[in-house]
Design a protein. Structure first.
Length: 249
């Protein structure tokens, strides 16, 4: 694959008269960890779903992994890994059964799939939990299993939609260590998050507000650009309605 992992130009998605994503343009390089920030309802998930081939844009163009989001959505689905906000695996199956099922959907042969499951079980420390019913696992382990399923076929691009929401800080740090390891092997990681400490782990971040891209760049550079005390301060100032200020102490 040549060029950037993701290229989108004036991407727009409307639902009736409501514009969820408004003229979004950006590019993400191969092997980059790219953060997608925004408050609830900013349009992040809608944008992710378009990039994953799950939702067609109303207008605009783009490519993911070199495939056109308008005409080659099925090719995109087979190239990428996707982890949604909510646990979307089969809760009545074990972790191993979930991995086997999704591995077969990506046409992995029996020996390759077996080796890949063992590799991921070791990498993600899943061995103790992989044969338990997935719906009964603690949240952190369900998230770890969901990541394993998302990368079972060794995708070149992984989209993670708030993957650490609701899990403890220790697990979040472990999770990000895994993302760094993936990026070092050339995998592009496109992640949405509400956590400012997580955003600082990204090479670059973009900030969406009311469907629009309002800022993009390296976290530290953006803090300096906006003369903010930290990333959270910069983020709040960007999305706060004009004229609204913090209450006086």
């Amino acid at each position: 694959m040549n060029g950037n992992a993701v290229e989108i130009d004036h991407l727009t998605r409307k639902f009736g008269t409501f514009t969820a994503v408004d003229n979004l343009s950006l590019s993400v390089g191969r092997g980059e960890i790219f953060g997608f920030l925004g408050a609830n309802g900013a349009g992040k998930t809608t944008a992710i779903r378009m990039l994953c081939g799950l939702l067609l844009p109303t207008s605009g163009t783009g490519t993911v992994g070199g495939f056109d989001i308008l005409r080659q959505s099925e090719r995109i689905k087979r190239t990428i890994g996707y982890m949604s906000q909510k646990f979307s695996l089969y809760p009545d199956l074990t972790g191993r059964e979930n991995l086997s099922f999704y591995g077969h959907t990506y046409s992995l042969d029996k020996s390759t799939l077996k080796a890949r499951i063992e590799e991921l079980a070791e990498l993600l420390s899943l061995s103790e939990f992989i044969d338990r019913i997935s719906g009964r696992l603690p949240l952190g382990w369900r998230q770890r299993l969901a990541l394993a399923v998302a990368v079972i076929h060794k995708p070149t691009i992984v989209f993670l939609d708030e993957p650490t929401a609701g899990v403890d800080p220790v697990f979040r740090r472990t999770f990000w260590k895994l993302l760094y390891d993936m990026a070092e092997t050339g995998t592009t990681v496109f992640v949405t998050t509400h956590y400012m400490d997580e955003a600082e782990y990204c090479g670059r971040i973009s900030i969406m507000h009311m469907g629009k891209l309002v800022e993009i760049g390296a976290p530290r550079e953006l803090v300096l650009k906006h003369r903010a005390s930290d990333l959270e301060d910069m983020f709040i100032n960007l999305i706060r309605p004009q004229g609204v200020t913090d209450a006086a102490n």
